[in-house]
Design a protein around this ligand. Structure first.
Ligand code: HEM
Ligand code: HEM
Length: 162
């Protein structure tokens, strides 16, 4: 069993281009979102400054880029990771959080009424602010499951060979 799962390790690990485009897109997304929010807290009653406007434009761009990366992770990374039960909790959380941010991001454009907009905005910002920590935890824990799996597969093989 362990050995069968170990054979799928390379299909869950990402090729370098995909790993770095995923990191880059999520980093740009989180940075532009958090910076926009920091400026918004200092803005008071003043209209949005030019940098703030640009941050949101960049944020929208990063959101579309993240969704391309996200889609590219679903076919192998997430599907096979889920099937062999590796990193399921933090993988599931990453999928749920990205989905929630996409829905609330959409809501920020189309939510009707002040209360609804405020609620959408708060959910989006609070969940969004947790993304860097969640992704870091996801990657760290995911790598540890690989090391543990490969060690277990190695032991299984050693037992079998003797
Ligand atoms: C938004 C969704 C997700 C994102 C952005 C994401 C991103 C990443 C990234 C960037 C890595 C590091 C890969 C590497 O170093 O090659 C990773 C590792 C990992 N992820 Fe995900 N992931 C997501 C969903 C999932 C799901 C749903 C699962 C499975 C249930 C999963 C399981 C794993 C595992 C097992 C690893 C460790 C791979 C290894 O180093 O062997 N991920 N993830
Ligand atoms: C990485 C974590 C994220 C953070 C910290 C973050 C933060 C923010 C902030 C502070 C705003 C402005 C809120 C407001 O106008 O009240 C915003 C707007 C928005 N976000 Fe995010 N966000 C994140 C992830 C995402 C994701 C994953 C998506 C969709 C894929 C997304 C899509 C949007 C959209 C469409 C807007 C509206 C832009 C506009 O009004 O022009 N965000 N985000």
């Amino acid at each position: 069993m362990m050995r069968a799962h170990a054979l799928l390790v390379d299909r869950i690990r990402l090729p370098r281009w995909q790993r770095w485009t995923t990191y880059a897109s999520f980093t740009l997304l989180a940075l532009t979102g958090i910076l926009w929010w920091t400026l918004d807290l200092q803005r008071g009653e003043n209209p949005a400054s030019a940098p703030q406007v640009w941050l949101l434009r960049l944020h929208g761009l990063a959101a579309m880029w993240v969704l391309i990366c996200f889609g590219s992770l679903l076919t192998n990374h997430a599907r096979i990771g889920w099937a062999v039960q590796r990193n399921r909790w933090l993988g599931g959380i990453m999928v749920a959080v990205t989905a929630l941010l996409t829905i609330t991001g959409y809501g920020l454009y189309y939510a009707v009424g002040d209360t609804m907009r405020l609620l959408t905005s708060w959910i989006h910002i609070c969940v969004g602010a947790a993304v860097p920590a969640l992704l870091t935890l996801h990657v760290w824990r995911g790598r540890n499951t690989r090391i543990a799996l490969l060690a277990a597969a190695h032991n299984e093989r050693a037992r079998h060979d003797h």
